[in-house]
Structure formats: structure tokens, C-alpha cells
Design a protein around this ligand. Structure first.
Ligand SMILES: *[C@@H]1O[C@H](CO)[C@@H](O)[C@H](O)[C@H]1NC(C)=O
Ligand SMILES: *[C@@H]1O[C@H](CO)[C@@H](O)[C@H](O)[C@H]1NC(C)=O
Ligand SMILES: *[C@@H]1O[C@H](CO)[C@@H](O)[C@H](O)[C@H]1NC(C)=O
Ligand SMILES: *[C@@H]1O[C@H](CO)[C@@H](O)[C@H](O)[C@H]1NC(C)=O
Length: 891
């Protein structure tokens, strides 16, 4: 028996020794090595308990999860076995002077964030990125001493990648094909390297928003056509490269605000799809070889054109007809560089290559493109050079067919297209035209027969009637329940057919609740909210420049003034710039807004469909948006918001969003909450705007997979990573807005150093130690003790709201409950102050309507801060807490 015990003890001893102790010892060994290979480590790094060292965090089993030593003046090197810290999630060593070889990070499957920028590393191993399956943020920028290296394709293992920063790291070779494969990649920065070759075609459809590939030593080359498919782009820096060809159609890149193209070899004319981009504010085109008319960008756009481009002069007039025709010809062969450098000025008879004019030097007589290796097609625009006698296109690589309109050239004597790759029927030219067709696809000869048949085709004239499809019909009384309020700024009188007042929309709600008809637009047909385009034109001064309030997602917003002085905001969206996505968005917006009425949500008053245009009419918010009051105050002439105003705005937004989230029967998720979508009234009370991205969460489902929408800087991590959207993505974005209110800083501030440009990361880092909060507060607030206490509470709430795990974020009701007492500190609720704010929307809509009908006025329903957050869960028709409607007992 004692022997048995003895063996048992020995057995357990060895069991623990061999199985457990080495795991614990492992991190210890690596950490010890780290402590000795780095210089100037914090003084507490001498102790044995590495988990207590400054900058180190461990999990419960004493495994290191985080190393955070940014800007600590560290030098020395990193141990080569760093990747034995297998639980490591965060490695932040940016802004030091660490040198030597970077260790491999291979197979650190928990690693999410790596910041190594701004050091002196000298080499990077091939396996550096292998198996980093959780990696989201990788920043290596500003390590200019690295030996030349290629980005390994193993990076493809990191399928959750969100940010990849490797600017100024001496990277060479072609851009690897991996970047198009990351569904969540938002920001790719590879500036100041020596990448060469073309943009990978696999970038097509990528959701990258922020693309910096400027200043490559020899230059990236080829065309930038793929940009047209990268519809999420906001900022694209391509300057100082060797790109060629024209600017592609970027009309689907509706969020693009900054496009830097200077210092390349671009050619062609500036397309109107570029000048009309709705968000564009910054564009550089200098040091290229652009041609054609001077581009006309909108007023607020900062443009640099330089002196090397050859736009037609004088500046404001169009190019001459012959120049226009020849540039159209050049377009169909891809605007070759040899034409761009020679075709200068507004008269092709002044020394343009390949062009010969008549004796008076007025009209183009000969175009001779023979043997130029041109590709592309023969442009129908040759037909506009009406004096053309000889057209020599032989010995190129032109494809396509010969345009029929060339038969209209009455002066034509010779058309030589021999030795190309043309196909299709040959049109029938008049007698006396010498055609040279040899050396093309055989079908071109057989095509002659077909050509004769084609010659008999009768020209068809298509008359397009532009039909205004706006519904100018009177209200059809399909609903029959909705009387017009007597005290309203109503229809008829002001000439606006059927602008709904704050209550008109309820009819739709009743209708949709009382039938199974789920087609929102049909519901709309019966509603009273369609407005004539003629009226909208009139009230916006024919959509004049002066009336522009702003340019937002998918359109321009105009101010309008009705005959009775009521101000409205008209959002006008062109379908050309919208595509089907825009149309869907339009319907989503109408469907949602008609259901949603709340004092803290901007009301939709009406809409109009006019051909390809979609217009929405909103209530006008005179004080602009929250962003204008927080950032760039001077530009807008606003004074800084006090803390009291900020926390009141925060509460308003919380209430608006809470209402969206808790609408009866279904939940609505905003998905793009940010300061520019928070509009302010004259009293600086806030309403949430722009439901264009709202996704209607279907019954019985808590999350919906969607195409990523929203704005970089406000995206919840799980949403960015998986596209799954719940109400918690709004809570996250709301937390970011709170941080902006506290700090006066933008969610993403590119002017800050990289480690503090992302507000959430920075703020959470600062707040690890509560004593630091003073550093984060907007300096203009200069808080007294009471205010400081209030700020702390909001900061804490902001922290909860931006928790990494959605389940750890509170719901909006919690935000309302937290903020309401803070607002009341300064602002005890009273009967008067809520006057004019309309109906209490915690009533179900039919109940609200009923109340309003019986009382004929709206301000008798009182609103209570304390109760608001606990209401409107589930079906509001049956669950209204009775005290919601009592007036506040203010003492
Ligand atoms: C824009 O997007 C629409 C819809 O996806 C597509 O049909 C259209 O071809 C795109 N336009 C361009 C210029 O890529
Ligand atoms: C526009 O470019 C200028 C310099 O070219 C820069 O200072 C400014 O911040 C840019 N603005 C935006 C919105 O990118
Ligand atoms: C010819 O010129 C007219 C008028 O400038 C223009 O409308 C037409 O599109 C041009 N034709 C071609 C084929 O470019
Ligand atoms: C000729 O044109 C056809 C399409 O019309 C194309 O498939 C082929 O590659 C072209 N040949 C050459 C040599 O460019």
C-alpha cells in the first residue's frame, strides 16, 4: 500500500512536470528573452512576475495576451521565438527604435492587432504572415531600413483583415493578388515603396475604402479601370506613379471624397461622371496629359490641374467641333500617349500629328494612323470630320466592325483598314470610295453581302417622351381614416399637392397594419405624400446652387421654401449615379420613414419620382448637423457646444435610435449613425437623419447578413468582420459619437499619428486608467467639478457601448436611462418646454392618431424622461405603461 502511494505520487509529479510546467515556463522564457534583448524597458520589468510588467497583459493561465509598448523609446531587438507566445492577441511596439530582424509571427492564430510602425527593423522573414488567421490590423509603416522584400501571398490566411498599413517599408515587386480576397478590408496603405506593374484585376468589387498606393519609386503602371468597381472607396491616393490611360467611369464610387491622380501619365478627357461625384472635395490632376474641355467641378471641390495637361482654351468655352470629334476618335483607341503629347490646343490644323488639313488650314482632310500599333475600335466620330478624304487605319490591331455612319462622309475617297483584326459586315459605301480590307478576319469579306442587306435597313427615329411619373393625383381616400388636421400648414393653400404633415403618414401605418399588403410602395400610392416635381422645382428655385444645403450619400440636398414660409429640405438623387442599389435604398427609405415618427427622428414629409430622379422631402433642420458643431467650427461660424448641450444632444439621439430599435413588431437598425446624420434645430435639440441604409430586420431573426454599409470609424468590429448586423452595431456607433462629443475629435483623424488616429482605440487606451480622462476631454469644455462628474459617466457609457463583444454592449434604453438624469441636472422637465414637440411616440400610431383627433392639438401629451426608456418594447398597442402619459411632477 505505501508503495502504491509512493508510485502514485511519483506518477503525478512527472505528469505535472512534463505536461503543465513547460507551458507556464514557455511564456516566461520568451518574456525573459524579450526583457534582455530590448533596451530601456520599464523599470518593473526586472520582477519575476512578467504578467505584472508595464505593458503586458495575461490571461488567467498566465499566458501573455497583449504586449503594448508604443512610444517608449525602446531600442534593441526582438527575440526570434516571439511566436511561442501562442495566446498573443495584441502586439504594439510602434514608435520606438527597435532594430534587427523582425521575428516571424507564423501561426499566432489569436493575434488580432500588430503595430510595428516607425522602428528600425532591418529584415522581415518570408513566414512573417503565415497562419495569422485572426489578424485584423497590421501596421508596419515607416520601417525604411528593411531589406527589399515582397509581400508574401501567405497574407491570404488573414481573411479577417481590416487594416493593412505598409507604407515606406522598402517593399518591391508587383502588388500581390491577395487584397481583393479580404471581405472586410477597409484600409490599404502601401505608399512610398517600389511596387511595379499593374493594379491586380482581383481588386474588382473590393470594399476597400481607403487606398494609398502613391509614390512608388518606379511607379505602378497600366490603367486604373478597376477603380470603377471599388464602390466603397472614400479616399484613393494614386499620385506619383506611372499609370496610363483615361480616368474610368467612377460614377458608382459615390462616397469618394479625395482622389489624388497627379504625377502619372493619364490621358483622355475628364469624364463628367467624375466631376459630378457627389462627395468629392479634393482632387489632383496635375502632371498628367489630360485633354478636352476644362473640367467643371462643383463649388466646394479643391482641384489642382497644373500646367502639363492640355485642356482646350479659352477655359470656359467648349472644344472646337473637330477637336471634339478627334478626341472621341482617340477615346475609342484608349487615348494613346503619342496622341496626347501632340494633340495640343483647340485647332487640329496647328501641327497635330497624323492630321493633314485642306489648303486653308481649316478642315481635316486626312487622318493617317497607319502602323501605330493602335488597339481598340474605329470610332463612329470620324463621321463628324465632314471634310475627310483619306482615312488610313491600316496595319494596326483594331477590332470590331466598320461603323455604318462612315458612309455619310461625302468627301471620302480612300478607306484603308487592311491588316487589322476587324470583323462583321462592311457597310455599303458610295461609288468612288476605295476600300482596302485585306488582312482582316475572313468574315469581313463575306460580310459584304450582309452589308448590302444592312444598307437597306431603314433608320429608326426614336422619340422619347419624358413622362413625369410624379403622382399629382389627389389623395385617393383608400384609407379613409385620415382627416387633415385643421391647424396644419396644409395642402392646397401652399400649392404642394399632398405634402403630408406630421400626421399624414399615420394613414399608411393604419393601412399597412390592417391589411396583409406588404408592398410599401403600394401603400404609398394611397398615401398623401407624393409631391409634384413642378412644385419642388419652384420652391427650390429650380434646384439652384444657392439652395444646396449639402451633398450626402446618393444625392444633393436642397433647401426649399413653401409659399407660406415653411422650410423644407429636398434630397435629390439621380438614378444614373444610383444604380439599382440607389433605387432599393429609396424604397427602403420611404418604407421606413413613413412608419417612423418621433421627435428625435427627422420626418419625411413627402416624395417624388420623376423619370430617373428620386426626391425626398424632409423637414428642414436650421442648425445643420452635429459634425459641423463639433469639428471645423470656424468654417461654419458656430460656437463650441457646451457640455450641457452635448449631453442633451446625446440623449436626443439615444431616444431616437431607441425608438427605431423598438418599433412595434419589427426592429429597425440605422447602420450609419454618425455626427453628420444628427441634425439640429434652432434650440440645438437633435434629430437622427438619413435612414437610407436602414435595414428592416425581419421578424424572428436577430441578425441579418448584409452588404457592408456604414462609415469607416463607426463600424462595430463584428459587423466589419462578418457583415452581420444587429441593433448593437448602432450602439457601437453611438458610443463613437459619445466619444466625439467628449473629445471634440473625429472618429478617424488622418492628421493624427497612426496610433491615435482611430478614436475608439485611442479613447479606450486612454481610459484604461480613469485618472487619464482629463487628457481626453475637449479642451474647450474646461469643466467644473459637476460637469466633470457628468463627463465621466458619459465616458463610461461610451466605453460600454464600444465593447468588442456585441453582447457586452448595453441596449439604447440603458443609454437613455444613464443620460436622462444628467440632462435633468440642468434641465428639470417642465410642461412648457416640451410644447411643440409633437406627439408622444411611445403611443402606438393608431392610439396617437386617436388622441390627436380627439384633442385637435399635440402638446397636451406629455413626455417624461424617466419613463421613456422603459416603454415601447414589443407590441406597443397593448403594452403602454400608464405613467408614460402623466405630466412630469416637477418640484
Ligand atoms: C454601376 O453599378 C451598376 C449596378 O451594379 C452597374 O449595372 C453599372 O454597370 C455600374 N457602372 C459602372 C460604370 O461600372
Ligand atoms: C485636401 O488636400 C489638401 C492638400 O492637398 C489637404 O490639406 C486637405 O486636408 C485635403 N482635404 C481632404 C478633405 O482630404
Ligand atoms: C457628332 O457631333 C454631334 C454634335 O457635336 C454629336 O452630337 C454627335 O454625338 C457626334 N457623333 C459622334 C458619332 O460622335
Ligand atoms: C481579334 O479580335 C478577336 C475578337 O474580335 C479577339 O478574340 C482576338 O484576340 C483578336 N486578335 C488579336 C491578334 O488581337
Amino acid at each position: 500500500m505505501p508503495f502504491f502511494l509512493f508510485f502514485l505520487i511519483i506518477y503525478f509529479f512527472f505528469f505535472f512536470f512534463f505536461l503543465f510546467s513547460p507551458i507556464v515556463a514557455d511564456d516566461g522564457a520568451v518574456m525573459k528573452k524579450l526583457a534582455t534583448s530590448l533596451y530601456s524597458t520599464p523599470s518593473d520589468w526586472k520582477s519575476n512576475d512578467f504578467c505584472s510588467w508595464t505593458g503586458i497583459r495575461c490571461d488567467k493561465s498566465k499566458r501573455v495576451t497583449s504586449i503594448s509598448l508604443a512610444s517608449k523609446s525602446l531600442s534593441g531587438t526582438l527575440p526570434s521565438n516571439l511566436n511561442e507566445l501562442s495566446q498573443l492577441q495584441t502586439l504594439s511596439l510602434q514608435n520606438n527604435q527597435i532594430s534587427g530582424a523582425l521575428p516571424t509571427l507564423a501561426n499566432l492564430t489569436n493575434l488580432e492587432e500588430v503595430y510595428l510602425d516607425n522602428n528600425n527593423f532591418t529584415s522581415i522573414p518570408q513566414t512573417f504572415f503565415t497562419g495569422l488567421t485572426s489578424l485584423q490590423n497590421m501596421s508596419l509603416s515607416q520601417n525604411g531600413n528593411l531589406e527589399p522584400w515582397n509581400i508574401p501571398t501567405d497574407l491570404a490566411d488573414s481573411s479577417s483583415l481590416v487594416l493593412f498599413y505598409a507604407s515606406k517599408v522598402n517593399a518591391v515587386g508587383s502588388l500581390p493578388d491577395v487584397f481583393g480576397s479580404f471581405p472586410n478590408l477597409q484600409s490599404l496603405r502601401l505608399s512610398y515603396n517600389n511596387f511595379t506593374g499593374p493594379l491586380p484585376k482581383t481588386l474588382s468589387g473590393s470594399g476597400i475604402q481607403n487606398l494609398w498606393i502613391n509614390n512608388q519609386l518606379l511607379g505602378l503602371s497600366g490603367t486604373i479601370d478597376v477603380l470603377g468597381t471599388m464602390t466603397q472607396l472614400t479616399q484613393a491616393w494614386l499620385h506619383e506613379n506611372a499609370f496610363t490611360g483615361p480616368i474610368p467611369d467612377l460614377s458608382n464610387c459615390t462616397s469618394l471624397f479625395d482622389l489624388e491622380l497627379r504625377g502619372n501619365q493619364f490621358t483622355g478627357i475628364i469624364p463628367s461622371s467624375l466631376t459630378s461625384l457627389p462627395q468629392l472635395v479634393n482632387i489632383s490632376l496635375d502632371n498628367n496629359k489630360f485633354q478636352g474641355p476644362f473640367p467643371a467641378f462643383g463649388n466646394g471641390v479643391k482641384v489642382s490641374l497644373g500646367t502639363t495637361n492640355n485642356f482646350c482654351k479659352p477655359k470656359s468655352s467648349p472644344c472646337s467641333p473637330q477637336v471634339t470629334a478627334l478626341l472621341a476618335v482617340a477615346k475609342d483607341i484608349g487615348y494613346p500617349m503619342n496622341l496626347a503629347t501632340s494633340w495640343i490646343g483647340n485647332d487640329p490644323c496647328q501641327g497635330w500629328t497624323f492630321i493633314t488639313c485642306d489648303a486653308q488650314q481649316k478642315n481635316v482632310m486626312v487622318v493617317n494612323f497607319a502602323k501605330q500599333k493602335f488597339t481598340g475600335s474605329i470610332s463612329p466620330a470620324f463621321a463628324n470630320l465632314t471634310s475627310l478624304k483619306n482615312l488610313l487605319l491600316n496595319d494596326n490591331n483594331l477590332s470590331g466592325s466598320i461603323p455604318v455612319v462612315l458612309t455619310n462622309l461625302t468627301q471620302l475617297r480612300v478607306l484603308d483598314v487592311s491588316n487589322n483584326n476587324l470583323s462583321g459586315p462592311v457597310p455599303v459605301f458610295p461609288h468612288g470610295v476605295m476600300l482596302k480590307l485585306a488582312g482582316n478576319n475572313s468574315s469581313i469579306a463575306h460580310g459584304l453581302v450582309a452589308g448590302i442587306v444592312a444598307g437597306a435597313v431603314i433608320l429608326m427615329a426614336v422619340v422619347i417622351f419624358v413622362i413625369c411619373r410624379c403622382y399629382a393625383k389627389k389623395h385617393k381616400q383608400k384609407i379613409g381614416l385620415v382627416p387633415l388636421p385643421q391647424n396644419d400648414k396644409e395642402m392646397g393653400k401652399n400649392g404642394v399637392m399632398g405634402i403630408a404633415n406630421g400626421h399624414g403618414g399615420f394613414g399608411n401605418e393604419l393601412h399597412s397594419q390592417s391589411s396583409d399588403d406588404t408592398n410599401e410602395v403600394q401603400v404609398f400610392d394611397g398615401g398623401n405624400v407624393a409631391i409634384s416635381i413642378l412644385v419642388l422645382r419652384e420652391v427650390t428655385n429650380n434646384f439652384s446652387e444657392e439652395n444646396i444645403l449639402g451633398k450626402g450619400g446618393f444625392g444633393v440636398v436642397y433647401k426649399g421654401v413653401l409659399h407660406d414660409g415653411t422650410q423644407i429640405a429636398v434630397k435629390r438623387m439621380e438614378s444614373a449615379a444610383m444604380g439599382t442599389k440607389g433605387m432599393k435604398e429609396f424604397q427602403a427609405e420611404i418604407a421606413v420613414l413613413t412608419k417612423v415618427r418621433h421627435r428625435h427622428l427627422v420626418a419625411l414629409l413627402g416624395f417624388c419620382i420623376n423619370g430617373h430622379e428620386r426626391l425626398l422631402v424632409y423637414e428642414y433642420m436650421p442648425q445643420g448637423n452635429l459634425g459641423q458643431h463639433l469639428f471645423n467650427l470656424n468654417e461654419n461660424g458656430y460656437s463650441p457646444l457646451t457640455w450641457k448641450q452635448r449631453v442633451t444632444i446625446a440623449l436626443d439621439v439615444a431616444r431616437g435610435v431607441e425608438y427605431l430599435h423598438s418599433l412595434a413588431r419589427q426592429s429597425f437598425i440605422h447602420r450609419d449613425l454618425k455626427p453628420s446624420n444628427v441634425l439640429l434645430g434652432d434650440d440645438l435639440r437633435a434629430k437622427v437623419a438619413d435612414f437610407g441604409l436602414v435595414k428592416n430586420a425581419p421578424d424572428g431573426k436577430y441578425s441579418v447578413e448584409t452588404r457592408l454599409a456604414g462609415t469607416f470609424g463607426y463600424l462595430a468590429p463584428e459587423y466589419a468582420a462578418t457583415g452581420r448586423v444587429t441593433t448593437k452595431v448602432d450602439v457601437y456607433a453611438y458610443g463613437v459619437v459619445l466619444m466625439e462629443l467628449i473629445t471634440g475629435r473625429k472618429a478617424l483623424d488622418e492628421t493624427m499619428p497612426e496610433d491615435s488616429s482611430h478614436l475608439v482605440t485611442w479613447f479606450r487606451r486612454v481610459m484604461i486608467n480613469k485618472d487619464n480622462i482629463g487628457k481626453a476631454i475637449d479642451p474647450v469644455l474646461n469643466p467644473d467639478d459637476e460637469t466633470f462628474g457628468s463627463i465621466c459617466k458619459v465616458a463610461e457609457l461610451a466605453g460600454y457601448c464600444t465593447a468588442r463583444e456585441p453582447s457586452q454592449r448595453p441596449d439604447m434604453g440603458h443609454a437613455v436611462n444613464t443620460l436622462a438624469p444628467l440632462v435633468e441636472q440642468w434641465k428639470p422637465s417642465s410642461h412648457d418646454e416640451e410644447e411643440g414637440y409633437g406627439i408622444d411616440l411611445h403611443l402606438s400610431l393608431p392610439q396617437a392618431l386617436e388622441r390627436w383627433r380627439s384633442e385637435g392639438t399635440t402638446d397636451t401629451v406629455n413626455y417624461s424622461f424617466n419613463n421613456s426608456s422603459s416603454t415601447s418594447r414589443g407590441d406597443t398597442q397593448s403594452s403602454i405603461p400608464p405613467n408614460t402619459f402623466n405630466s412630469m411632477d416637477c418640484r
